[in-house]
Design a binder for this molecule. Sequence first.
Ligand SMILES: C[S@@+](CC[C@H](N)C(=O)[O-])C[C@H]1O[C@@H](n2cnc3c(N)ncnc32)[C@H](O)[C@@H]1O
Length: 252
Amino acid sequence: MSTSTADIDHLGRDTIAIVRDIWDAVANGDHQGGNLDRNNLDTTDVQRQAWTILLSRLFPSAQPLRILDAGCGAGFVAFALAELGHTVTGLDLSPGMLRVCRAEAERRGVSDLRLVEGAAEQPPADLGPFDVVISRHLLWTLPRPESALNAWSDLVRPGGRVVGIDALRPEELVRASTGEQYPADVLNVLPLLHARDLDPVENLWRRSGLDEVLVEELRWINALVHAESSVHVRPMIRRLGYYLVEGTRPPR
Ligand SMILES: C[S@@+](CC[C@H](N)C(=O)[O-])C[C@H]1O[C@@H](n2cnc3c(N)ncnc32)[C@H](O)[C@@H]1O
């Protein structure tokens, strides 16, 4: 199928607006019984600890960094990074999710978290520079991931890192986990949601001009999520493939 650039732009913009409305509805609790969780998917202490260990391995507290959490949602990653001593900015498309994150920051007494409304593909002009841009569980819902990657590469200083964390999902999990909230025609235009191996992710990082691109399968996260999931979703969860991808902006 051939698609012109104008079509892609049109589709991308429309899809991003639909995605924003979905997450606003999730934030408002309008999807009762749905599978997208406004308070994120880290439902158990063990899972929370696993992610915190991963983040502290990636960004040790000994070296405080300026970090942008793209698609911060309710702020799990942002809070974990702030607790490690980093200066964190959260960016999210959805005003509703930012409200949830702000309320959580107040509840925790976190006063120095900066929250900004905007699209990961087109962040506000005065954002940055950052030492790191990270996103978790965002890549799958981007209609134009390459635009986001280009924007993030511009937001980090030379020598800074762009890190993505997400999962490869079997098709039935795609439908089961997002189908109630995401219309089928939106699901169909989210390229990384349908990735079956890590090549498209690695290529995305390489094409955006980042150096030292590294892709890592997070099997230990899979194992923990699997072990702690309820019996009826376990067969699907077994086939989830969490991964980490990162690259460095070349020095000038
Ligand atoms: C699955 S949640 C992940 C939240 C958080 N990163 C985490 O790991 O818990 C996806 C979040 O990305 C946001 N989002 C979706 N598309 C976006 C975009 N194009 N730009 C910025 N944020 C976006 C949604 O509003 C939602 O808050």
